[in-house]
Design a protein around this ligand. Structure first.
Ligand SMILES: [Zn+2]
Length: 430
């Protein structure tokens, strides 16, 4: 396209917001008085159909892949050119907000519409992808659509059940899909140029910084584990304090110690004890054992590793002093997912072009982009979340922020060939 021409679409942001709101109620929600759009449910199907219309209206050909992801495609200047995928998810949590996921999809549609309306063809194709399962709000596995697309193992998931006892296999059959063929959703690496996801921040940082947008440098990795503290249960009236081995008081000291430890790390490092189980759990019994869930997140894998060891040292010290036993159980690790540095810079450039400060954030929450970072160059754009509120009906966005996000995305698309070598993956000429 002519680089001198700047795409101006004043109502793109407002339209994207309106469409998210349109999808916020019946028939696009499976609950009354709020939004719940689980994977492969009636509401998901209805929302996908509405989206199909909007994608077609924006000049895309539309198909659904073997994992139920809707893909709209706008061809580049040559047929079968590799695609810049712009995507996010259209499922929601129970009683969720209108913009989590859906906004990124609607912004993708707006971007394509802006190029199509001008008859502009790029040296790559544009695809808008709407994943059906990111939240894992129906079946006990999240990001199924992006996992399948990126060719990651999804395991033997056909017999997973939702809360009504319906298996994934049955749910897929209900919409004409076959769980046994989900692997066919896998895309060839050479057909994908890059992945871009716009998403609400879902936290308070941008609002605090008075900033509408940020480029995401990485999606934080996670270490998740349980600490079991073994003390000695006893009569709450007869055992003197100095003779007790109270599992809960030891656990409390550990919780506070973990918080102190986390504060000593970098700003993007967070640690949370979200759950404590105490046994036997009676008003007149000294707690005999306690189990703590610990979750630490950071974009730095080495930092996560180190913190895991630090937590164990801390726990050991407290346990020895209080003469209680301890062990770590069910340790799970999810590696940090770094975005592509060139694309992060390109987003920052676009944000500055809007006259805004180019903030860079680590995403503490997981996103579909996580499945993409080790597969294709990936970028994520965050939009300010008023009040930091998300996964809640009060979730909101500011229309001017969404408009700015649209402008940054168009800028990103326009200048992408300057930072990625697209000649190596050029498709065949039509
Ligand atoms: Zn989301």
């Amino acid at each position: 396209m002519d680089k001198q021409e700047r795409i101006v679409e004043h109502d793109a942001g407002a339209r994207a917001v309106r469409r998210c709101e349109e999808l916020g109620c019946d028939p696009y929600s499976d609950m009354r008085g709020g939004l719940y759009r689980p994977y492969l449910g009636t509401a998901h199907k209805a929302a996908a159909e509405a989206l199909r219309g909007w994608m077609q209206g924006a000049g895309m050909s539309v198909r659904t892949d073997a994992a139920g992801t809707m893909i709209g495609r706008y061809e580049g200047s040559s047929a079968n050119a590799p695609a810049l995928m712009i995507g996010s998810h259209i499922d929601s949590v129970w009683n969720g907000g209108f913009y989590d996921g859906a906004l990124g999809v609607m912004l993708g549609v707006e971007c394509v519409a802006a190029f199509a309306r001008r008859g502009l063809r790029l040296p790559f194709a544009l695809e808008v992808v709407a994943f059906g399962d990111e939240e894992g709000s129906r079946f006990p596995l999240s990001m199924l659509g992006s996992r399948a697309m990126a060719g990651k193992a999804v395991g033997d998931v056909g017999q997973m059940r939702d809360r009504n006892g319906t298996t994934l296999q049955e749910a897929m059959q209900g919409v004409g899909l076959d769980v046994g063929r989900m692997g066919e959703a896998r895309r060839r690496r050479e057909d994908i140029l890059a992945y871009l996801e716009a998403h609400i921040e879902q936290g308070p940082v941008l609002e605090h910084e008075d900033a509408p947008l940020a480029a995401v440098s990485a999606i934080a990795g996670i270490q998740r584990f349980y600490i079991r503290v073994q003390g000695q249960a006893g009569h709450a009236g007869t055992v003197p304090l100095h003779m007790r081995h109270d599992a809960l008081t030891a656990a409390c000291e550990m919780v506070l110690g973990i918080e102190t430890l986390a504060r000593a790390h970098t700003a993007d490092f967070v640690a949370t004890v979200g759950k404590i189980d105490v046994h036997p759990g009676a008003v007149n019994v000294i707690p005999g054992s306690a189990s703590l869930s610990v979750e630490i997140r950071s974009a730095d894998a080495a930092c996560l590793e180190r913190a895991f060891l630090q937590v164990q040292d801390l726990v050991q010290g407290i346990a020895e002093r209080r003469s209680v036993g301890w062990e770590v159980r069910d340790h799970q690790t999810f590696a940090p997912a770094p975005c592509d540095g060139r694309l992060v810079d390109l987003l920052r450039c676009g944000i500055r072009a809007e006259g805004m400060a180019d903030h860079v954030l680590v995403s503490g929450a997981g996103h579909d982009a996580m499945m993409m970072t080790d597969w294709v160059p990936t970028a994520m754009l965050f939009l300010r979340s008023p009040g930091g509120i998300s996964h809640h009906p009060d979730e909101s966005v500011i229309v001017a922020d969404v408009q700015a996000a649209f402008d940054v995305m168009v800028n990103f698309i326009t200048h992408l060939p300057e930072v990625l070598d697209i000649s190596a993956t050029q498709g065949t000429v039509a």
